[in-house]
Design a protein around this ligand. Structure first.
Ligand code: PNS
Length: 164
């Protein structure tokens, strides 16, 4: 049976850290579905269609053939059931991520007992990056080129929070 994993997140916007986790997961599982939440708790800078487009372009550029990208709404476990997937991928960068991730993993398994969460760590060089910091740097006219794929830099420019 094919092992389908789902990598959920807000991806507002996707960074090289996310791409690192996607690349590692794609090597381990038969199929990886990157699931972008439509309505995250915090109001996103990028719309759902923009966040999906960024990931689709990035995955295409990285030539990751077994990876697809989709938006989702509502409970993650319901989306997983619909997709016949039982593995959730989450990236763990530092100890500070652990508490929230541990709580989510256990809650998701309570809601759907067949679910397992697999935590992957990115390369050390990406462990300190976050979408939040990328947006802050961009809004303060800093260079985000080393943190995000080119498509994100272009879209940040278009949002007028990044100037030349
Ligand atoms: O990138 P993020 O913001 O850390 O991702 C959080 C996400 C989208 C994975 C989480 O908020 C989620 O799964 N939301 C869907 C609603 C849900 O299932 N909530 C219960 C989670 S225990």
């Amino acid at each position: 049976m094919k092992k389908i994993a789902v990598y959920p997140g807000s991806f507002d916007p996707a960074t090289y850290g996310h791409l690192d986790i996607i690349t590692r997961s794609a090597k381990i599982f038969d199929k990886l579905l990157v699931a972008v939440i439509s309505n995250p708790n915090k109001k996103p800078l990028f719309s759902i269609s923009e966040r999906v487009k960024i990931l689709k372009d990035t995955v295409k550029d990285a030539a990751l053939k077994n990876v697809s990208v989709e938006a989702f709404d509502g409970l993650l476990v319901n989306f997983m059931k619909k997709k016949n997937a039982k593995i959730i991928i989450r990236g763990l960068r530092a100890v500070s991520d652990f508490e929230y991730e541990f709580q989510m993993a256990l809650t998701n398994r309570k809601l759907y007992t067949e679910i397992e969460t697999v935590f992957l760590t990115p390369a050390e060089k990406w462990t300190y990056i976050s979408s939040t910091l990328v947006k802050e740097i961009a809004s303060l006219k800093g260079n985000v080129q080393c943190f995000v794929p080119p498509v994100v830099e272009v879209m940040l420019k278009n949002k007028k929070i990044l100037t030349d």
